[in-house]
Write a protein that binds this ligand. Structure first.
Ligand SMILES: Nc1ncnc2c1ncn2[C@@H]1O[C@H](COP(=O)(O)OP(=O)(O)OP(=O)(O)O)[C@@H](O)[C@H]1O
Ligand SMILES: [Mg+2]
Length: 311
């Protein structure tokens, strides 16, 4: 048994000719916040469904909380909480009745369920609606109840498949902050989204970007940024109009002594400036935007390679 919260090796899930998950491997350490990113149809939910024993893989090895998901599904379920893409709640029961129903499945007693439900429903600002029928609730309200339901049994490992879908910006921020707090409490979290910005704000430990069933980039956000950084963008103010006869230097914008330049080799660029005796009034190097890198990887424009992280 390995000391990892999650171990996935060569996992595949094919639906006829659709390779929903196509030979992915990754590990998540205990206490880590792991984000699975990717466009619609990339294979995120299918991966989550396999890890939580809701779908059977075509092949590959999956271990969660130290247990083989296929061989010990009951042990796995005891250790995990899931907020699935499709809200799992009974429409004809109230919020509290739903939470009690699911809590009892975990062998919890009603007073304990009630206390923990109160904590989460108050935190999500939805306590006043505890006796409302699910069928009468808005999407965002249901999503919050669903999250509370998953957290009430106090799982060690939490899977959140787009938990902020349909939530307004204020609620989204609450949930994001709350996820960070769960991690600080030592829980392991696997979080899927197609919104890169959420991941940046949450300061996740590790990101895997999926495309067409494959993991095309994996690492910390900084590692991904560094790995795919092709060129540096510099903003420069000089005493004249610039022009370079070198394919490694591309002038992106230029106006009134101000220029935005993409350079492959910064040292070489600087020596050009010195040799031509160009006076530099100001100089600023811009970080490549992670958003740009992410969009390019997701669309398959960047020749992505799997980057492994040091734990
Ligand atoms: N039960 C199924 N039967 C057939 N194909 C499926 C099934 N479930 C998923 N797929 C296909 O597998 C691929 C991956 O789907 P998945 O739901 O895992 O993507 P996703 O990354 O979660 O996307 P989204 O961001 O839209 O939720 C898609 O092409 C989808 O059509
Ligand atoms: Mg999905």
């Amino acid at each position: 048994m390995e000391d990892k919260a999650i171990v996935v090796k060569n996992l595949k899930k094919y639906f006829k000719d659709v390779k929903a998950v196509d030979d992915i491997s990754f590990e998540v350490g205990y206490g880590q916040l792991f984000a699975l990113l990717g466009q619609n149809g990339a294979g995120k939910s299918t991966t989550i469904r396999i890890l939580t024993n809701l779908a059977v893989p075509t092949s590959g090895y999956v271990e969660v909380a130290g247990y083989n998901v296929l061989k010990n599904p009951t042990e796995v379920r005891k250790n995990i909480g899931l907020v699935a893409e499709k809200v799992i709640l009974y429409n004809d029961l109230t919020a509290m009745e739903n939470i009690k129903f699911f809590g009892r499945l975990y062998g919890m007693k009603d007073p304990e369920i009630y206390d923990r439900a109160e904590k989460f429903l108050k935190l999500f600002d939805i306590w006043d609606f505890k006796d409302m029928l699910i069928s009468k609730m808005s999407t965002g309200m249901k999503q919050k109840i669903n999250l509370a339901r998953a957290l009430v049994p106090d799982p060690k490992i939490i899977f959140l498949d787009e938990p902020t879908l349909g939530l307004d910006p204020v609620s989204t921020k609450h949930i994001r902050d709350f996820i960070v707090q769960l991690r600080e409490e030592g829980r392991t979290i696997v979080y899927t989204t197609h919104v890169l910005h959420d991941v940046e704000l949450m300061n996740v430990d590790k990101v895997a970007i999926m495309r067409k069933g494959k993991i095309v980039a994996m690492g910390t956000l900084n590692e991904i940024r560094k790995h795919f950084k092709k060129a540096e963008i510099v903003e420069i103010e000089t005493d004249r109009t610039l022009s370079f006869n070198d394919p490694k230097i591309k002038i992106l914008e230029q106006e009134d002594g101000y220029a935005k330049v993409e350079v492959e080799d910064l040292n070489q660029f600087m020596s050009y400036l010195t040799k031509a005796n160009i006076k530099v009034r100001s100089f600023k190097s811009l970080e490549p935007s992670l958003e740009d890198i992410y969009v390019e990887i997701s669309e398959g424009k960047l020749d992505a390679e799997i980057e492994t992280v040091k734990e």
